[in-house]
Design a protein around this ligand. Structure first.
Ligand code: ZN
Length: 258
């Protein structure tokens, strides 16, 4: 879907948010989930960039709070879910919509992934996924407005993307997610390797993202609710656990108390 390689960089915000900046060699740029305008304005001014597109995954203030101030400075078009709680969205996006940005030479497909919020969307382009607070590295979002079944279906949808898809999620939660994942699957060798990698990155305060879908499929318990080791771990918490949604419900509730 995309012709040239996109440059995607993280703008850290608040304690652990990442606002993703997308450029393609020119002055035009897009940002994903600008919860705070200050760090974005600083980077745009430093790099002399023109903000043309704002992509929003869901309505939470730590993903949207910077939008009004950015629109005062830049004539950007705001894309986001079809949700009355987001009056600043110019283009309401539903599942399967294709968003073509010629000056970034990219096309994104909108994927509806409800569960963290009822209207959460993700943006996919060849090799790249902005997953907001639905899929994290080694974790998934809390179920604020959806059910475990919603999360199972949303993650199943993302799991069908190509394995080399780079996942750009909105928070640096990887290390704490990893501690939990190791409780679920202590004997998963790929998870053990990822844990060492994450610990050494975080020891130097380095970013752990992007991750890839293939790596997540091998290590993220929320993408592995049909794997026998994960189902067995859930069964130790609740003997009624079966593959898929019920294991999702049990491990999500376990993580909430972790
Ligand atoms: Zn959120």
């Amino acid at each position: 879907m995309s012709g040239t390689e996109l440059n995607i960089t993280a703008i850290p915000a608040f304690a652990d948010n990442y606002i993703w900046l997308i450029t393609a060699g020119g002055k035009t740029c897009a940002v994903v989930d600008p919860g705070d305008e200050d760090p974005v304005l600083k980077v745009l001014e430093e790099q002399g960039l023109d903000l043309r597109y704002i992509l929003l995954t869901h309505h939470h203030p730590d993903h949207t709070g910077g939008v009004p101030a950015l629109l005062e400075k830049y004539e950007a078009v705001v894309f986001g879910p079809d949700d009355e709680r987001m009056p600043f969205v110019h283009v309401a996006c539903t599942d399967g919509a294709n968003l073509r940005f010629n000056d970034l030479n990219v096309e994104f497909r909108v994927l509806e992934v409800p569960a963290h919020t009822r209207s959460h969307i993700a943006y996919y382009s060849e090799g790249v996924l902005f997953s907001g607070d639905t899929l994290f590295s080694l974790g998934c979002g809390r179920l604020f407005e959806g059910s475990a079944d919603d999360m199972q279906k949303s993650l199943d949808k993302l799991a069908f993307l190509p394995g080399d898809t780079k996942i750009y999620c909105a928070h640096e939660y990887t290390q704490s997610n990893c501690e939990f994942a190791l409780q679920v699957e202590p004997d998963n060798p790929e998870l053990q390797t990822r844990a060492r990698e994450v610990d050494s990155l975080r020891a130097e305060s380095k970013i752990t993202l992007p991750t890839t879908l293939a790596d997540e499929l091998a290590t993220n318990p929320f993408l592995r609710t049909r794997k026998i080791d994960v189902v067995e771990a859930a069964r130790k918490r609740d003997p009624r656990a079966t593959e898929g949604t019920s294991t999702m419900a049990i491990i999500r509730a376990w993580k909430d108390r972790f």
